[in-house]
Structure formats: C-alpha cells, structure tokens
Unconditional design. Structure first.
Length: 243
C-alpha cells in the first residue's frame, strides 16, 4: 500500500517538465520551463511573472516553484515559468538586461504567444511583486482569462495602467498581505478603487514574501479557487497510486 505524503516545503509531486526557450519580438531568447500534468491535458494555464530580478527574484522564487511542483498533479493546471531578460536562476540566464519593467513587455508577450502556440487552455497571468507590475501594464488587452496579483507594490504601474482594467472583461484578483512592506490591504482598496470589478483579498498575518507553508497554501488555494474551483481547496497530503 502506498504511503501518504504530507505536502510541505519542497515536496515535488508527479509532473511533466519541459525546458523551453521563449523568443521575444526584439530578438532575445529567454530561459523557461513548462510543467504539465502527467497523462492528462491541463484545464488551465498559469503564466508566471517573477519578483524583481535586481532584488533576487527569478523563475525559481519559492511560490512559483511550489506552484509548478504541486498544481499540475493536484489541480490539473499547467505552470509556465521563465526568467525575464537578464535574469539568472538555476535554470539558466535569459539574454538581454533588466529593462526597468519597460522592455519586459516583450517578455510577457513572448510567454503568452508561446502558450498559445502550444494550445494551452485558459491562460492566466500570475504576477508576484514586480511581476504584478508587468501583468497590470501589459496584460489588459491580451488573450487571457485574467490576472492574479501577489503582493502588488504599485510602483511602476500607474493610474493610467489601472484604468485599462476598468470595464475590462478579464478577471483581476489581488492577494495583499496584512504586513506587506509596500502596499497593505486598506491602501490597496483605495489605489485599486478605479477598477470596480477587482477582487482584493487581504491575507491576515502574511508578509510580502509569503514565507511559510501556511502562506504558500493560502496563495495556491486562492489561485486554484479562481482557475479550477473544482479542485479547491488543495489537500494537505497526497497518496501515490498503487503500483
């Protein structure tokens, strides 16, 4: 009889992984990975946008890595991760140099086009910190279901960017930590008030980096609730199929 596995920290559940290259309109090659369920098609796809690379953010930042480790098996969700231009991680270094969130528009578009070329279903942008700025600035007119924002700082995304989402049919969800370093729930409700349909979720006790298993579980649960609600909530344990 197969032993039950408690899902914690770096546990990696069964997943099909593929190293991929993304090619931008301005001629760069970006390093990435596509994680998909084994033996069945995904029902939805997360295109993840990592935190600020000049402050240690990359495609292996822990929430994004754990999403790729868990969600294909537990929620039938494909997870596409990549390093934006000039960013290096254990998977390798993408060409180019950091563009202050401006030239990264090409990176976001390359990831979406790759997902579309593979006929991946129901595309969602999932941005974390700096990644939320890219989602807000460049996702409003793309072929996506919506965007999920983790710890949005609203540094680079301005009111004009937010106005692009007002009256937009694309879903927009923001998970805002109670103790965030940059934008806390009440501030977020004020700043985002120009987008009537946004769903702002204040997360008690959480911080910007979502440290700890409870924070990780909450983030992944909130993602699954929107993307494949039939698999919500995620289980705390997993049992392999018997041989």
């Amino acid at each position: 009889m197969s032993a039950e596995i408690w899902i914690r920290s770096s546990v990696e559940l069964p997943v099909q992984r593929e190293a991929i290259d993304l090619h931008t309109a301005d001629g760069l090659k970006l390093v990435g990975e596509l994680a998909t369920p084994i033996g069945k098609p995904p029902v939805a796809t997360l295109i993840t946008l990592h935190p600020l690379p000049t402050h240690g953010g990359f495609m292996d930042s822990h929430i994004l890595r754990k999403a790729s480790n868990r969600l294909p098996e537990l929620a039938e969700i494909a997870v596409l991760r990549f390093n934006t231009r000039g960013t290096e991680s254990p998977h390798g270094k993408s060409q180019g140099s950091f563009g202050e969130g401006v030239t990264e528009q090409h990176d976001v578009e390359a990831a979406i086009e790759f997902a579309k070329s593979r006929n991946l279903p129901n595309l969602w942008l999932v941005g974390w910190s700096f990644g939320t700025e890219l989602a807000l600035k460049y996702g409003h007119d793309k072929d996506i279901v919506g965007a999920i924002l983790l710890s949005p700082p609203l540094h680079r995304a301005n009111d004009d960017d937010l106005d692009q989402w007002a009256g937009n049919h694309r879903n927009l969800i923001a998970l805002v930590p109670e103790h965030d370093d940059y934008l806390r729930p009440e501030q977020a409700r004020e700043r985002f008030s120009r987008i009537p349909h946004i769903d702002i979720v204040g997360v008690d006790g959480a911080k910007h980096l979502w440290v700890g298993e409870n924070a990780t579980k909450r983030v992944l649960d909130e993602i699954v609730l929107r993307v494949n609600p039939s698999r919500y909530p995620l289980p705390d344990s997993w049992t392999p199929a018997s041989a």
